[in-house]
Design a binder for this molecule. Structure first.
Ligand code: 3H9
Length: 690
């Protein structure tokens, strides 16, 4: 796991623990032994720490968290580095994250390749750095630069790391050779620079700035236990000696590993990666080459999808039925790119390049050359059927034909072509150029290589593709529909929109369902219910009065003078009361806990049906969809993980009660949920049998 080569007085230790050189027990033991050996070897004057593969070190092995500790620990290894009489230089060729950066910071020098990225992302896993990161980073770059970096967890580029002082230099040529030279220079100087000994960056101004940042962070996210812990750990380093502060950090880290928030975030990390593997789809499934794309429809969705292609370097033709719509769509895309360039999130050259990859055309016949055609036309079965039957005669043989439908039957769309094996759904989320989630809808006859190609394309587009089966609304919208229905029912039974929204934001969503409805436009659900059925008497009455939400200044809330946050409208309260009376429903009050249960348990129930029907392969896939497409709070791990933490017996019992109270049998626990609840089991233990 650690290769050792001694040459010219330098021992080069190369970590080789694919795929990301995570610092698991075996690698730690090998590294500790190799360091011990190099330090003891009289022919060695200096040591270089390098890594095989694209990643330097991806951090501690997250799978070991919560398990009995195995020596040597990472802090033990860092103690060895601190005590080393010989210089150790880190040659950082790729990502140095978490424990990886902590390891590098305990070395006496750090050089990075231009492609390296460096960061302490622990916060995203609900923890804080646990091997001196909260102490060494502030000593290297000042607490006022270190705290925001650890608070966001976002890595910095090699160039930025050099500018900040995290690495000594960026090396364009042979990184290991440069690290050898640097290690010998340090050995010759007779002085071992240790980050732990530095205090030059701990200036009164930097401390003051950090204090303000910490106060603000804690205020913004008062429930985030790890944000509080991070602030305390950094402060400990300013008030106590290094060793005492490291001990304080370690105690915080250990406590956080047991925090349910961290457990949920770690679960979500692995669920997201597992979602990339589709059961039964062989790894070596052949892929079709994708060099060019066509997007049908220049609306918000089509434009966003075209941008994703252009951003990934894929030339794309945007197709419309008439020149005006095309021009408006392309102008919108250009405007979005101009905005990004103005904000500095892309360079002017990138803007030009990306805009240059998008061509407009009128008429479906322009889709003939594309390797993949993504239809993003109006959400109407008739429109989609017509497009696909025409495409069948236009697209070149072997082209992948994708529909960006959010609800419709992809099997029926595929049946409009003589090549259903080439057809699947790619359900992007709005705005498509921003949202990472894509539901990849595998239809009955989609060929494995078409699915595999689409999944690869998703990654190329920097998306998070999750494979789902065909049903109305797939995974995300099908469950959302349950929540919407429950929301309407709550209003009739006594809750008011602002109470429901407050309960949902307190649960952790950025927005409640009614504020969200107003933002998206109440006309959308209204039209869709007209087309597909479904009842939402209150939302429908509002939409029927032309109260579409923010865009008309009135919906569930009032938005006077273009306000972005709504205020309560007594007329809506009266409408709700009147509608409840018409339905003969006696109203009562609900507390937030009950509101959350009423809204979320039916979603979990639908999730159970989705699993049993094989629409999603794993509970983790459902959770990945909800966290990344619907803003489910990641620290609650997604609806299925959350239900496990609540206890499935409790969830099933409550659903039976809702069914009895509302007379709605569809609230009864789904067979899978009931089975798991009766067995005292969890979704996490469930495996598909088919
Ligand atoms: C930490 O360091 C705590 C310390 O402060 C204190 C210690 C005392 N552990 O993402 P990918 C797996 S906390 C275990 O697809 P990429 C991953 O599950 C850690 N496994 O690759 C996947 O497995 P599979 C702080 C890990 O090239 C495979 O590796 N570090 C770990 O797109 C490939 O992963 C982080 O939070 C891990 N640390 O991206 C960084 N990392 O193939 C977390 C990955 O079976 N990691 N795996 O599904 C990342 O952000 C990305 O993996 C990385 C590579 C950018 C490194």
């Amino acid at each position: 796991m650690v290769r050792q080569e001694v040459d010219g007085g330098v021992a080069v230790l190369t970590l080789a623990n694919p795929p990301v050189n995570a610092l698991g027990a075996a690698l730690r033991a090998a590294l500790d032994a190799a360091l011990g050996q190099a330090i003891a070897d009289d022919s060695v004057r200096a040591i270089v720490l390098a890594a095989a593969g694209k990643v330097f070190v991806g951090g501690a092995d997250i799978t070991e968290f919560g398990k009995p500790p195995q020596a040597p620990s990472l802090p033990d290894i860092l103690d060895r580095l601190d005590a080393s009489p010989k210089p150790v230089v880190a040659a950082i060729g790729g990502a140095a994250l978490g424990g990886g950066l902590e390891l590098a910071m305990a070395c006496h020098g750090r050089l990075a390749a231009p492609t390296a990225t460096l960061g302490l992302p622990e916060i995203k896993l609900g923890i804080i750095p646990g091997a001196g990161g909260t102490q060494r980073l502030p000593r290297l770059i000042g607490p006022d630069a270190a705290f925001p970096m650890m608070l966001t967890g976002a890595p910095v580029s090699a160039e930025k790391a050099a500018a900040l002082g995290i690495v000594d230099a960026v090396v364009l040529g042979d990184l290991v050779a440069a690290a050898r030279t640097r290690a010998l220079e340090i050995a010759d100087s007779g002085r071992l620079p240790r980050v732990r000994d530095r205090s030059d960056k701990l200036t009164p101004e930097a401390r003051e700035k950090f204090d303000a940042q910490a106060a603000e962070a804690v205020k913004r996210d008062p429930d985030a236990t790890n944000v509080h812990a991070l602030a305390r750990a950094v402060r400990a380093g300013l008030e106590q000696g290094f060793d005492a502060a490291v001990a304080a950090e370690r105690a915080e880290f250990r406590a956080l590993v047991e925090d349910p928030r961290s457990k949920a975030l770690r679960y979500a990390f692995f669920a997201e990666r597992e979602a990339a593997r589709v059961p039964g789809l062989a790894k070596d499934t052949p892929r079709r080459p994708i060099h060019t794309a066509a997007v049908i429809g220049a609306g918000t969705m089509g434009g966003g999808i075209a941008m994703c292609c252009a951003n990934a370097g894929i030339p794309v033709t945007v197709i419309e039925t008439e020149a005006g719509a095309l021009e408006r769509g392309l102008d919108r895309v250009k405007g979005l790119y101009a905005g990004s360039a103005k904000r500095g999130s892309i360079t002017e050259a990138q803007r030009e390049e990306r805009v240059g990859r998008i061509t407009g055309a009128v008429g479906l016949e322009h889709a003939g050359e594309a390797d993949i055609v993504i239809e993003a036309a109006f959400e109407d079965m008739g429109v989609k059927r017509a497009i696909f039957s025409k495409l069948d005669g236009i697209a070149k043989p072997g082209a992948i034909l994708a529909t960006n439908t959010s609800y419709l039957d992809v099997n029926a769309i595929a049946a409009m072509t003589g090549r259903p094996q080439d057809v699947l759904g790619l359900h992007f989320f709005s705005p498509a150029n921003v949202m990472r989630l894509v539901e990849v809808v595998r239809a009955e006859r989609t060929a494995p290589e078409v699915l595999a190609t689409a999944l690869d394309l998703g990654k190329r587009l920097n998306k998070l593709p999750v494979t789902v089966g065909v049903c109305f609304g797939f995974v995300g919208n099908r469950m959302l529909e349950r929540r919407s229905r429950a929301g309407e029912r709550l209003l009739l039974e006594g809750a008011l929109p602002h109470e429901v929204d407050a309960a949902v934001t307190a649960f952790g969503f950025r927005m409640g369902p009614f504020a969200m409805g107003d933002l998206a436009g109440l006309d959308i659900g209204w039209r869709s219910r007209k087309d597909f059925g479904g009842r939402a008497p209150i939302a429908d009455s509002l939409a029927g009065q032309g109260r579409y939400g923010q865009k008309t200044g009135r919906g569930f809330y009032l938005y006077p003078d273009g306000a972005r946050t709504g205020t309560r409208d007594p007329e809506v309260d009266a409408l709700i009361e009147k509608t409840a009376a018409e339905h003969g429903i006696a109203r009562r009050s609900f507390d937030s806990e009950e509101i959350v249960e009423r809204l979320m348990y039916p979603m979990v129930n639908e999730g159970a049906r989705i699993l049993e029907e094989g629409i999603a392969a794993r509970p983790g896939d459902i959770d990945t969809i909800w966290i990344n497409g619907y803003n489910w709070p990641a620290w609650r791990g997604g609806p299925m993980h959350w239900a496990d933490t609540v206890g499935l017996k409790t969830v099933a019992g409550a659903l039976s009660r809702f069914a009895a109270e509302t007379g709605d049998d569809s609230q009864e626990p789904a067979p899978l949920l009931r089975r798991l609840a009766d067995a005292g089991s969890r979704f996490a233990d469930w495996k598909a049998t088919a």
